[in-house]
Structures are given as C-alpha cells and as structure tokens.
Design a protein around this ligand. Sequence first.
Ligand SMILES: *[C@@H]1O[C@H](CO)[C@@H](O)[C@H](O)[C@H]1NC(C)=O
Ligand SMILES: *[C@@H]1O[C@H](CO)[C@@H](O)[C@H](O)[C@H]1NC(C)=O
Ligand SMILES: *[C@@H]1O[C@H](CO)[C@@H](O)[C@H](O)[C@H]1NC(C)=O
Ligand SMILES: *[C@@H]1O[C@H](CO)[C@@H](O)[C@H](O)[C@H]1NC(C)=O
Ligand SMILES: *[C@@H]1O[C@H](CO)[C@@H](O)[C@H](O)[C@H]1NC(C)=O
Ligand SMILES: *[C@@H]1O[C@H](CO)[C@@H](O)[C@H](O)[C@H]1NC(C)=O
Ligand SMILES: *[C@@H]1O[C@H](CO)[C@@H](O)[C@H](O)[C@H]1NC(C)=O
Ligand SMILES: *[C@@H]1O[C@H](CO)[C@@H](O)[C@H](O)[C@H]1NC(C)=O
Ligand SMILES: *[C@@H]1O[C@H](CO)[C@@H](O)[C@H](O)[C@H]1NC(C)=O
Ligand SMILES: *[C@@H]1O[C@H](CO)[C@@H](O)[C@H](O)[C@H]1NC(C)=O
Ligand SMILES: *[C@@H]1O[C@H](CO)[C@@H](O)[C@H](O)[C@H]1NC(C)=O
Length: 683
Amino acid sequence: MASMRAPLLSLVLLFAPLVTADVTIYGLFGQTTADAATLRSGSATPVASTTSFVTVPGPPQYTELAAYNPIYMEPPPIPSPAPPLQFSIGVPSSAQLMNALSIPQHGTFFGFSIEMSVANQLIGKNGTTLFPQFLNLMNTVAPRAGAVHIRVGGNTQETAFMVNSLPEGAMIEKDKEDASNPTSTPVLAFTPELLYMMANVSSLINARWYLGIPFNDTSDFRFQIAEQGEAILGDNLLGFQAANEPDLYAAHGHRPSTYGPFDFFGEYALLTQAYQNDSAIPVKNNLIAPSVSGTWTPEEVWNTGFVDAYTQYLGSLSVERYPTDNCAVVFPNPDNPPHDPLQELPQYLTHQAGINIVQAYLNSTMLAQTWNKPFLMFETNTASCGGFPGISDTFTSALWGLDYAMQMANSNFTGALFHFGGQNVSYNPFTAVPTNQSAFHQWTVGPIFYSSLFVAEALGQTNTSQVKDLFPNDGNDQTPAYAIYENSNLARMALINYMTDPTGAHDYVATISVGGSNFSEANSVPSSVQVKYLLAPSTSEKDNITWAGQTLGPRFGADGTWKGDESVQTVQCDQTQNTCQITVPAPGAALVFFSDAAQQLADGPASTQTFATSIVTQTVNTVTVDPSVLATSNGQGGKNALALGGTSQGGANGASSLRVVGAGAAALGCMLGGAAVFARAFW
Ligand SMILES: *[C@@H]1O[C@H](CO)[C@@H](O)[C@H](O)[C@H]1NC(C)=O
Ligand SMILES: *[C@@H]1O[C@H](CO)[C@@H](O)[C@H](O)[C@H]1NC(C)=O
Ligand SMILES: *[C@@H]1O[C@H](CO)[C@@H](O)[C@H](O)[C@H]1NC(C)=O
Ligand SMILES: *[C@@H]1O[C@H](CO)[C@@H](O)[C@H](O)[C@H]1NC(C)=O
Ligand SMILES: *[C@@H]1O[C@H](CO)[C@@H](O)[C@H](O)[C@H]1NC(C)=O
Ligand SMILES: *[C@@H]1O[C@H](CO)[C@@H](O)[C@H](O)[C@H]1NC(C)=O
Ligand SMILES: *[C@@H]1O[C@H](CO)[C@@H](O)[C@H](O)[C@H]1NC(C)=O
Ligand SMILES: *[C@@H]1O[C@H](CO)[C@@H](O)[C@H](O)[C@H]1NC(C)=O
Ligand SMILES: *[C@@H]1O[C@H](CO)[C@@H](O)[C@H](O)[C@H]1NC(C)=O
Ligand SMILES: *[C@@H]1O[C@H](CO)[C@@H](O)[C@H](O)[C@H]1NC(C)=O
Ligand SMILES: *[C@@H]1O[C@H](CO)[C@@H](O)[C@H](O)[C@H]1NC(C)=O
C-alpha cells in the first residue's frame, strides 16, 4: 500500500472522501502517475500525450497484497468507429413468441466459491465467532436471490482431512508441505467446527452450501466431511463435489501422466461404491461432477458413459473454467509466459468474453437437459491464479461478471460460483482486512460482488426466469442486452455499456418496444418502467461503485452495509408509440423493470430479519445426531428425515445460542435497506 493511504474508517464517516494520493496509471504508452481522483473523474485520459513515460511496457512492480493493489490501467479507447448510440430493441411480451429462451433459472444463479483454506479469514474464526462483514455482505445477496449458494472447497479439498481437534482450539491448520500443487495450496487439517460455523451462518442468513469430498486417495475417500456435513448442515447442504479438476491431476503430479477420462470413470466406480457403502451418509444422490477445467472437454467424460453409469449418485453436472490465467506470476514457466494485463483488458470489456467461455459447453448444457441434471459452472472468475490487477479488481470485472453470468444463464447453465482466494489475489468478491490492520481498516468489496447483486435482481425469486441474449444494435459487442421473462412474460431487461467516456458523449439510448404488430401482439410497454443502474466513473474504478445509488464502500471501507440512499429511476414510456427510452451511461449497466410484479420488487428486498444489537442470540439446532435416524434415512428422503429427527433448524432438538461478536457501543446495530445488519467487529 506504498502510495495509497486509505482513510481511517470511522463509523460516522461512512462515506469518507476517497483517497487522493498519487497512483500509478499504466497505459498503452507506458506508465505515469496521477491523482487518483483525476483518474476517477476520467480526466486522466490525456496521459498518452505527455512525454514522461517509461518506454518499456509491462506492469509496474507491486509486491504487496494483490487485493489492495493501487495501480490503475487506462480504459481502452472508444472503438473506431464507435457503435451507434441510438438503437431500437423490440421484444414480444409473451415468452411463447421468443425463440430459444433459456430454461427457467433461480435467483441463486450467481453464487460463490470460497477456497477451503481461507474459510477462517472470510466466514468466521469458529462456530461461535462469525465475521459480521461476511454475514452482512452475503445477506445483501440472499434476500434478493432467495438464498445465497456458497461452496467451501477448491484445490485444498483434495488433500484435506478432518480431525476431532487441533492445537490451541484451531478450526483449520495449514501445512504448507504440498509444494507439488501448482497453485501452492496448503494441505489442510480441519475440525467439525468448520461445519458448525457454516451451519451457524445458515441459522442467521439464508446460506446454502456445497462441500467437496477429497479425491487424492481412491483407497480412502475420507468421507468424514460428507458424514458430518449431512449431519450438521442438513437441508442447508446442496451437494458434494467429488473430484476437483480431475483433468489437471496428471499435470499436477497427483496421478500418472497417462491418466485419462476412462481412468477417472474407473475411479468414480470406486467412489460411488464406497459412498453407497457408507451408512453414515444418508443422502446418496447429491454428488457433483466431473468439474473438468478445459484440459479434457466434457464430451470426453460423457463419452465414457459417465452420466448413465453414475446417474443415481449425480445431483448436478459441473465444469470449471477461467477465461485465461495469471499463473506465470506465481509459477514462472517457459511454456506459459506472463500475460500482460494491459493486453488482456480489452478482452474483458466486450460481450464476446462471456460467449467465448460458454461456447465449449453448449452441447453439454443441451445434453444435461436430456439427462435432467442441473449444470453448474462450479468455479470461475476473471483469470485463474488470482486474476489480473487492473481487471479483476476494477469495474471492468463488474460488467464482465454480470454479462458472463447472464450469458451462462442464457446458455442453460443452472448456476455459477465465483471464486475467492486469499489476500494476495485480485479477483475476490470481497477481502477481509489484513489481521494486523483490523483495528483501523474495514473490509474491501471487489467489483465483481456487485455483479452478483445485479444478477440476483435480474433473475428474481420466482424460479421461472428465462433469459435471452438479444444481440441488439446489430450485435455490437460494446452494447449488449438481455431480456428476462418471468412466468412467461417480459419482466426485466439488462443493458450494458462497456465504453468509458466521462463526458457522457458515449452514453447510449435504447428505444425499447414490447409487443406490437411485429409480434402480432398488443402494444405492451407500461406507462413507466423502473430502472436501477450499476455505475462507476470509469471501467478502471476500484472504489466508487454504486448499485441504484448506493455503495458498499471504498477499499478498506466496507462493513457489508449500504452507504448512501437508494435511487431507483422512473422512466416514462410512450404508450402511443409503444416505446421506452433507456439511457445507459459509459460505462454502466441498467436493469429495467417492466412487469407490474417486477416493478413492485424494484425497491430491493423486503425486510425478513432484524438484528437490533451487536450480540445476536438465536435459537438454533445443537446437532446431536441420533444414529437411528441416520440409519433409517436414505435417498431423497434423507434430509427430511433428518429434519424430523431434529437436527435441522426448527427441529425438536434446537436450542443453543450464537454470538456475532460486535464492537459493543460502536456497533451498527441498525436497519438499513430492510435487510438484517450485523455489527462490526474488531479483531
Ligand atoms: C418491427 O421490425 C422492424 C424490422 O425488424 C423494425 O425496423 C421496427 O422498428 C419494428 N417495429 C417495432 C415497433 O418494434
Ligand atoms: C437453452 O435451452 C433451451 C431449451 O432447451 C433451448 O431452446 C435453447 O436453445 C438453449 N440455449 C442455448 C444457448 O443453447
Ligand atoms: C472462537 O474464536 C474466538 C475468537 O478468536 C475465541 O475467543 C473463542 O475462544 C473461540 N471459541 C472456540 C470454541 O474455540
Ligand atoms: C454453532 O457452533 C458451535 C460450535 O462452536 C456449536 O456448539 C453450536 O452447536 C453451533 N450451532 C449450530 C446451529 O450448529
Ligand atoms: C491424501 O491426502 C491425505 C491427507 O492429506 C494424505 O494423508 C494421504 O497420504 C494422501 N494420499 C495420497 C495417495 O496422496
Ligand atoms: C462395498 O460393500 C460391498 C458389500 O459389503 C463390498 O463387497 C465392497 O467391497 C465394498 N466396496 C467398497 C468400495 O467399499
Ligand atoms: C455432443 O456431445 C455428445 C457426447 O459426447 C457427442 O456425441 C456429440 O457429437 C456432441 N455434439 C456436438 C454437436 O458437439
Ligand atoms: C503476492 O504474490 C506475489 C506473486 O506471487 C509475490 O511476488 C508477493 O511477494 C506476494 N505478496 C505477499 C505480501 O505475499
Ligand atoms: C502488517 O503486517 C505486514 C506483514 O507482516 C507488515 O508489512 C505491515 O507493515 C503491517 N501493518 C501494520 C499496520 O502493522
Ligand atoms: C425456488 O427454488 C428453491 C430451491 O429449489 C426453493 O427453495 C424455493 O421455494 C423456490 N421458490 C419458489 C417461489 O418456488
Ligand atoms: C462516484 O461515481 C459517481 C458516478 O458513477 C459520481 O456521480 C460520484 O460523484 C462519485 N463519487 C465520488 C465520491 O467520487
């Protein structure tokens, strides 16, 4: 944080003036420095005409924690020629008249993937000490989406092992010995406390979880995580990933170099037999596979007969994919030279980015429908090995992330989990403050977190939302749009402008018509629509990102509560012309609410829970599992049977108290935006 002093956070000074120290701007012509505020206002663009550049291209050195990287890159110039800035979008009101709509999607589509080894940095210290910032942030998503889906796993799950206790009451212990793993992931020991912590989160907010079964040793699958996971999480458990990126096992030295899809098929037979045999695992149909990452195509796995063979065990099919990687920075390798973030940047600021990723999976998402299986993007983000500074930690990733997620929804994925690493990565949806700064700093919300809020509201909570990529403006890649039909009628539209122009000269105006003679339907634009904007002054912005006028705060300034007043725009439509004109700033994204039902929800989530003080005490389950309940429950009924036995929230055994440790009098124990607010904690 050499050149960037973040302001001391005072709870009164919630909207502290943003940092104005000099920052490095890294542009096509080299690098220079400027005032951060100047860059933020966009007026730093003339940087290309000054003369004081370092001539050697390449990112400036920054060796401190990547999550707080203060280096800015210049946004790409406006394309030449610029796209037309006035264009029409005509859509039918009825879903029946729209071709190739997606399958119905859930509001929980955009979920999160937390590397197991960082669960104790992000979620809580243990089952009784949860981070209120985590609860608040996830609880901005859950009431919009209906729930929030979170995976705890990743590379670390493969060699993780459960123990009853660890020295000094620790929940997770990292042993850095496994240097063989190219992402330098530690070997983890963890205690059931990790699962209690997750259960305790779910007793406070509507969070549901994915876990992973270790796959490093096919003679001992170490099912304790499944046995205990089922017992402790009950209905809040979504499923178990078994095998994480098996197509990289050979490359990572975890299997012989000849290891191929048929070997994996064979190992899955061992896994499912052992799973079937384990009477302590009541639910047998919630495995998630094959989670291949692009080294094998999914078809190579399908062609082994994988789905037919294991269909009774498979709850969801899955893949993992990042558009590119930044691995060379961590693991120098002559076969994979470093990618220059500046060269990569324009490829994120285009509608083509998401399309390029989903293309390889369109066959599989159609097959998944015939197999009647959900199809998950189980781990993704801007670039593997931590993402790129200047892309993953800027508004670029917010626009990229929402377009990419909507593209996956359009393409019949059923969910996507965006990954978190530790503090030395650029792509985190949010990052806890370094422990030694927690007394004076707060958390940092990554731009891609805002994508999750946008997508949650775009899809809503009815589980009926069908998505359609509209390719407006002759398919121009800078001005994409999606229609969202809900209960078979147009409900919302999402519009994106990838350009940066602080003068406003490249804002665009989409003239939207609904129904009408082109569709042999009545004219259907409402008298007015409501519009919520996702905005920042530039695609390079890192601090000042707003959703409907509110922000979660600048870097080091987030406690998970909204700052500022919500502003939802009302735009009058012309019902005689059957048109609504929607302006989309450069850069920005607009979510337009058309249907009556959608408009009623535009104001954000209604209040569901209130926590009035910093100490939250709730009646939740104590999770004492009666073995006879486990023995008599299996298959689909397993979780319900468990609930009847009293191990789920509301069950007969529920009684225990839970504390979200707060800062006493300084606590923000108040209501904001109708959602529950948890107090700030000082560690
Ligand atoms: C009807 O379709 C034509 C051709 O695509 C288009 O030019 C026109 O704007 C559309 N009219 C309306 C009202 O959507
Ligand atoms: C999504 O699935 C629907 C229903 O099967 C299909 O009509 C549509 O073409 C699919 N979309 C894509 C992009 O594959
Ligand atoms: C949980 O963590 C808190 C904070 O580190 C600590 O004070 C407490 O003793 C821990 N509780 C248990 C049961 O380990
Ligand atoms: C919360 O965590 C503690 C362990 O620290 C455990 O004793 C308690 O039962 C947990 N509550 C739930 C609901 O799991
Ligand atoms: C798998 O991981 C466990 C726990 O880290 C370790 O004890 C075991 O030796 C590993 N097995 C193989 C075959 O690598
Ligand atoms: C599963 O149980 C069967 C019957 O008891 C046994 O023959 C088989 O070896 C077991 N398989 C595994 C993988 O544990
Ligand atoms: C889709 O995948 C199946 C299974 O691998 C394969 O047989 C088929 O040829 C693929 N179709 C296309 C269009 O790629
Ligand atoms: C962060 O990662 C980079 C790249 O691997 C490394 O050079 C740097 O030392 C790391 N910084 C810290 C504080 O760990
Ligand atoms: C926090 O710890 C890091 C790494 O040990 C150190 O470089 C930094 O100066 C510390 N910050 C404060 C405020 O103590
Ligand atoms: C949507 O689906 C979720 C998960 O299956 C379910 O819990 C929820 O009740 C459903 N909502 C509606 C409105 O059907
Ligand atoms: C934040 O950005 C918005 C535009 O997105 C701008 O109106 C506002 O002035 C900016 N606020 C600060 C503090 O820079």
